[in-house]
Design a protein around this ligand. Structure first.
Ligand code: BGC
Length: 256
């Protein structure tokens, strides 16, 4: 099983296409300590502008030196380096985000993919607790993020949100944002989601699918209508999962 370390407080920051959310996290409990702070994502979301926003977030919480900082980032992040850029500025590609944020903060930052961060939190403390076998966590927000687990262990940086059906990238097509942006009815959007999840299921055969992201708050609108072989459940931490997962991961890696 994924386990979160016994530690104290870490700062978690979740960078999204429209907003940056941060909060102090009680790591052993996996809960927010106090209120979240929100900063609109700077436009264009360049490395310099995002680094400045991350610094602003740290200053807002006035964190003591040595507090681990975890950043959930909306792209592939391998060994600290950003590898793609769907919802962020293309100038991020090839950049070491860990070095950038560490320099901006004057303290070590841990950076991981946002869906992986959310998935880690759900597996350790939320809807995936005790889950055995294959679990697919899907975050439906501005885009679609994925996190894949076997017996609670993460295979990092999967990009199953970008599965393509009939030449269409599912990430903008079936995301939570697509429903609003394209003015789709629930029925129209659910039909896209069904196609997307049906294809994902055919490729991975997960035992459990956890649906997260902003739209998971409305899970009763669509979960009962999905026809899938896997058990499908709503994420429990919803919009806090990325913050909590990033903070806990930073705390674990720093051994705090
Ligand atoms: C990115 C993923 C990210 C997802 C959710 C996608 O466009 O490629 O890395 O997890 O959006 O933010």
């Amino acid at each position: 099983m994924t386990t979160m370390p016994a530690g104290s407080v870490a700062l978690g920051i979740d960078i999204g296409g429209t907003g940056i959310k941060g909060a102090l996290v009680d790591v052993p409990a996996g809960t927010l300590r106090g209120k979240r702070h929100y900063i609109p994502t700077p436009q264009p979301p360049t490395p310099e502008a995002i680094a400045e926003a991350v610094r602003e977030m740290r200053d807002h919480f006035d964190v003591p030196a040595g507090t681990p900082v975890g950043v959930a980032f909306p792209a592939i992040v391998r060994h600290g380096i950003v590898r793609n850029a769907t919802n962020i500025d293309p100038s991020w590609i090839g950049m070491n985000a860990e070095t950038l944020f560490t320099e901006a903060l004057g303290a070590p930052a841990t950076v991981l993919n946002d869906a992986d961060a959310a998935g880690l939190a759900e597996m350790a403390l939320g809807a995936g607790r005790q889950a055995e076998g294959v679990t697919l966590v899907v975050t439906l927000g501005t885009g679609i993020g994925s996190a894949l687990f076997l017996d609670g262990r993460l295979l990092p940086n999967t990009e199953f949100g970008h599965l393509s059906i009939n030449g269409i990238d599912c990430c903008p097509w079936a995301s939570g944002a697509a429903r609003v942006k394209e003015g789709l009815s629930w029925a129209q959007w659910i039909s896209r989601l069904q196609d997307y999840l049906g294809f994902a299921e055919f490729l991975m055969w997960p035992d459990l699918i956890i649906i997260g992201g902003g739209i998971s708050q409305d899970a009763e609108q669509f979960l009962p209508l999905l026809q899938l072989d896997a058990r499908v459940v709503q994420a429990q931490m919803q919009n806090d999962a990325g913050i909590i997962g990033a903070a806990c991961e930073a705390s674990a890696l720093r051994g705090v």
